[in-house]
Design a protein around this ligand. Structure first.
Ligand SMILES: Cc1ncc(COP(=O)(O)O)c(C=O)c1O
Length: 402
């Protein structure tokens, strides 16, 4: 049986896999089992931000594996404690960290923390628990994070949903104001909506949101699982907005390919958790933490400035592409989280690019999503844009130019 047949027979059919059997990967490149080389402009959904199998990351992982791979969270693991310290210091003074295994788990922690904070800081009507999320958002696939996700397609067949997530319009402060009541405890937002089609929040909206949360004594939670860890050209996406959240969550690229999630919270909310309130057997695994410490070392300002230069070049190239191809409606994004919004379904373009050795993705049916490793070069951009250009020309120009 072929690998595809085995997968079909033995796996639950939750993933629509592309026609690529991965043999190995290094930096911004992937090779398939036949030795064909691909330029990776997706990095495993924004996971391998410092490149596949980055040398320093591999060294850190290997030296931790030589020591031990697991130590229960009932004991001290130096590499884990060091990572917590580094992450907290990187965020803002007074923050405290909880380490999980994934994005959804990091968000679960944030939701539980907010709920407990609302229990300890009630309104005149008692306990506060309602969380305002946004239309088109994505926060994960556990029961709570799925209920917090503002896309109905994820809710199908799973009702009744976890209660008390309500939805405002993204970038519309009035719609948030309308939802605030005595039960509201937090607002949760992706500074750049990822799965929803690469929509960055506006600066004014984010500032207004911070002010509104302060005035209403509610927490502001940023889900930076897709857009954090350097993706926007700053370590945290929120640094682009000149405001700070009360809780920020990360995962995906934090350990560059090993499972790790983190919720970092300001002192005022972090301190409401006491022993036994939350936990995870594997959360903050020492090998993942060693990898994350190496990632934090690599993502310095020189590294980020370099990625911003490439980002600028990429956006300029894509804007040119837009003038050439009428089916491109808009180019959106920040740093190296980029969406090419089309007037057609993007799946044929993704397949075409793959056949030509370029890995990209399509989200929300019509948005080509580019999430390359932050180490890509201008030459890589030239290669990627040339293939996308060719895909659009071959698949659509004859139709759209008529
Ligand atoms: C913004 C955001 N939040 C949460 C998640 C869930 O992360 P995970 O798949 O690691 O649970 C994702 C995953 O795509 C995400 O993009």
């Amino acid at each position: 049986m072929s690998i595809k047949q085995i997968e079909t027979q033995y796996f639950m059919h939750t993933y629509k896999r592309n026609n690529l059997i991965v043999k190995r990967a290094k930096n911004q490149f992937v090779w398939d089992e036949k030795g064909k080389k691909y330029l990776d402009f997706f990095a495993g959904i924004s996971v391998c931000n410092v490149g596949h199998c980055n040398d320093a990351v591999i060294r850190a992982i290997k030296s931790q594996i030589d020591l031990y791979m697991h130590a229960s969270n009932l004991y001290y693991s130096p590499v884990q404690i060091k990572l917590g310290q580094e992450l907290a210091k990187k965020t803002f003074p007074g923050t405290k960290v909880f380490l999980a295994n994934s994005g959804a788990e990091a968000n679960e922690c944030a939701i539980k923390l907010a709920r407990k904070w609302g229990f300890i800081n009630p309104s005149k009507d008692g306990n506060r628990y309602e969380i305002i999320c946004f239309d088109n958002s994505f926060h994960g696939r556990t029961m709570a994070t799925m209920a917090a996700t503002g896309q109905k397609k994820f809710h199908e067949y799973l009702k009744p949903l976890q209660e008390k997530f309500v939805f405002a319009k993204f970038n519309d402060i009035e719609s948030v104001k309308k939802l605030i009541n005595n039960k509201t405890v937090a607002v949760m937002i992706e500074p750049i909506q990822g799965e929803g089609g690469i929509f960055p929040a506006c600066k004014k909206f984010m500032k207004d949101l911070r002010t509104l949360c302060d005035e209403s004594n509610i927490l502001l939670i940023f889900d930076e699982i897709q857009c954090g860890v350097g993706r926007t050209g700053r370590f945290y996406a929120f640094e682009n907005y000149g405001i700070k959240p009360d809780i920020v969550t990360m995962a995906k690229s934090l350990a560059n390919g090993l499972p790790l999630g983190a919720a970092v919270a300001s002192k005022k909310c972090a301190q409401v958790f006491v022993y036994g309130d939350h936990g995870s057997t594997f959360g903050g695994n020492p090998v993942s933490c060693a990898s994350a410490l190496a990632v934090l070392k690599i993502i310095n300002s020189k590294f980020l400035n370099n990625s911003l230069k490439v980002s600028k070049y990429l956006f300029s190239k894509l804007e040119l592409l837009k003038t050439k191809h009428p089916i491109i409606r808009e180019i959106r994004g920040m740093g190296l989280i980029v969406g090419i919004d089309l007037s057609v379904n993007g799946k044929d373009i993704v397949n075409y690019c793959l056949s030509k050795g370029l890995i990209i993705n399509c989200t929300h049916e019509t948005v080509l999503r580019l999430l390359p490793a932050l180490i890509v070069t201008k030459k890589d951009v030239d290669t990627a844009v040339k293939i996308i250009d060719e895909a659009l020309a071959n698949l659509y120009n004859c139709k759209t130019n008529k």
